[in-house]
Design a protein around this ligand. Structure first.
Ligand code: EPZ
Length: 431
């Protein structure tokens, strides 16, 4: 699809099933490279980032068998090369996990510097490099290619991360799984997908403890062998649909979730006057009263996730009073604000903060997604607005949300995707 067209104003009613977590899947697929034998991975989301990673593995010689639409058998036993096409690697951020998995298995990695979402600021990987260097690798970055080489295998050490980094925690955990000796990652990130990756590696024979706390201890093993694993539900996909109900109104059961992972989001929604009821593996979200202002600061887990910041900001545009947002993870994640302003939002950005004056309604407009979560936020804006919104740049959304159009249509949204040809026809019709 190239564009989404949304006629806003329909409240949402029904059920939405949540897919497997993107950010767990993009770590677990590279992890499969380190395993001898077949990894059966269930609950993989059907999104373009997953497809790209699978193509990279295939190119390296992995055997991939589709068991059903969400389950794959990945066998990397015969992978003999550490190379894949750099262009493909550049398409996604998570290609940097190949540094940890290739170094761990082959003692060498040549990986193109990560691409993926660009929400304005720099996205450094100095903490990954610092960790691998401490483990005995020689790491250089030249012409956008990271080359990491170690004499024999990585050596276990204690690494203190200067910033709480999800990517560095995951990458170093991957490298440490097959390293010689014991690695301790201090000041580690605690996101649910870090625990998921540790569980995956442990179920393949690794020895990792402490994932989910800020100190992860890994005892390197000689080899890991195949097994079964089912990926956790996507916390951010669930949170996005929870915000969509808050913005558009209605009552939706968000199914197949782990409510504990959604706590920081549920708490904020309740402060905004939205009802959230937690059941065993679902949450009910209902909004039938005016939205109330609140104040949000994004933080590493278990704080409010930065990946939900554009979505909650969008909903707060419709809340009575003045709300504030402080971005506590990234230097700059407010590129989408200009698009919301085109729809009538009143937002002022000042460095890492945004001040939102609630308005009674947003108006549909032609707008453009600049990254994955910004794109999701614009969909919420379109669903909540009066009139028609046309969103360009939806390839970002499709990197991380499985079947967003059908999930939203099923609960009553008026949203459709336009292919390139349909888009040209639509433009001719609109003059
Ligand atoms: C992961 O990115 C996610 N991506 C991001 O989600 C998410 O926003 C982010 O974690 C924070 O939760 C994936 O999982 C693929 P970080 P990552 O390393 O690992 C600084 C989405 O929308 N930092 O935790 O790249 C960095 O600048 C995506 O799904 C360093 O200084 O993020 C940032 O300020 C977008 N040096 C902070 O740490 C480093 O070496 C957190 O970054 C690494 C990071």
């Amino acid at each position: 699809m190239t564009k989404y067209v949304i006629n806003g104003g329909n409240p949402l009613h029904g059920e939405i099933e949540i897919s497997g977590a993107k950010n767990a899947a993009v770590a677990i697929i590279p992890a499969a490279l380190m395993v001898d034998g077949v990894c059966r991975i269930e609950n993989l989301p059907e999104i373009s980032d997953v497809k790209t990673l699978l193509s990279i593995l295939k190119e390296m010689g992995a055997k991939i068998r589709v068991v059903d639409k969400r389950t794959l058998d990945i066998d990397c036993t015969r992978v003999g090369t550490t190379h894949a096409t750099f262009d493909m690697m550049r398409r996604i951020r998570a290609s940097y996990y190949l540094i940890g998995s290739l170094l761990g298995r082959f003692g060498r990695a040549d990986v193109a510097m990560p691409g993926g979402c660009n929400f304005g600021g720099v996205r450094p990987i100095d903490q990954h490099i610092k960790g691998f260097t401490a483990m005995g690798a020689n790491v250089s970055v030249r012409n956008g290619i990271v080359t990491a080489v170690t004499g024999d295998t990585l050596r276990g050490v204690t690494i203190y991360l200067d910033v709480v980094s999800v990517g560095a925690t995951i990458n170093l955990m991957l490298g440490a799984a097959l390293a010689q000796g014991r690695t301790v990652i201090e000041n580690a990130a605690r996101e649910p997908h870090i625990v998921d990756l540790a569980n995956f590696l442990n179920s393949m024979g690794a020895d990792i403890r402490g994932a989910g706390t800020n100190e992860i201890r890994v005892r390197g093993v000689k080899r890991m062998s195949g097994g079964f694993y089912s990926i956790i539900p996507d916390q951010i996909e669930a949170g996005t649909y929870m915000m969509a109900v808050a913005g558009a109104g209605g009552r939706v059961v968000i199914k197949d979730v782990i409510p504990k992972h959604l706590e920081s989001i549920s708490v904020k929604l309740r402060e905004m006057g939205v009802t959230v009821v937690e059941l065993e593996d679902s949450v009910i979200v209902q909004r039938d009263a005016p939205l109330l202002k609140t104040h949000v600061k994004t933080m590493p887990y278990p704080g409010f996730p930065t990946d939900m910041q554009p979505q909650i900001s969008t909903v707060l545009c419709l809340a009575e009073g003045t709300s504030t947002i402080t971005e506590g993870v990234w230097d700059n994640r407010f590129k989408y604000v200009d698009e919301l302003v085109k729809m009538g939002a009143q937002i002022r950005v000042n460095g890492r903060s945004a001040i939102i004056e609630g308005v009674p309604y947003l108006s549909g407009a032609p707008i453009k997604a600049s990254d994955l979560r910004a794109g999701a936020a614009l969909v919420i804006a379109g669903l909540s607005a009066r009139g028609r919104t046309v969103i360009d740049g939806v390839n970002y959304i499709e990197r991380g949300y499985e079947k967003m159009i059908s999930k939203l249509s099923d609960v009553g949204a008026d949203i459709k995707g336009l292919s390139e040809r349909e888009d040209q026809r639509y433009n001719r019709k609109m003059g």
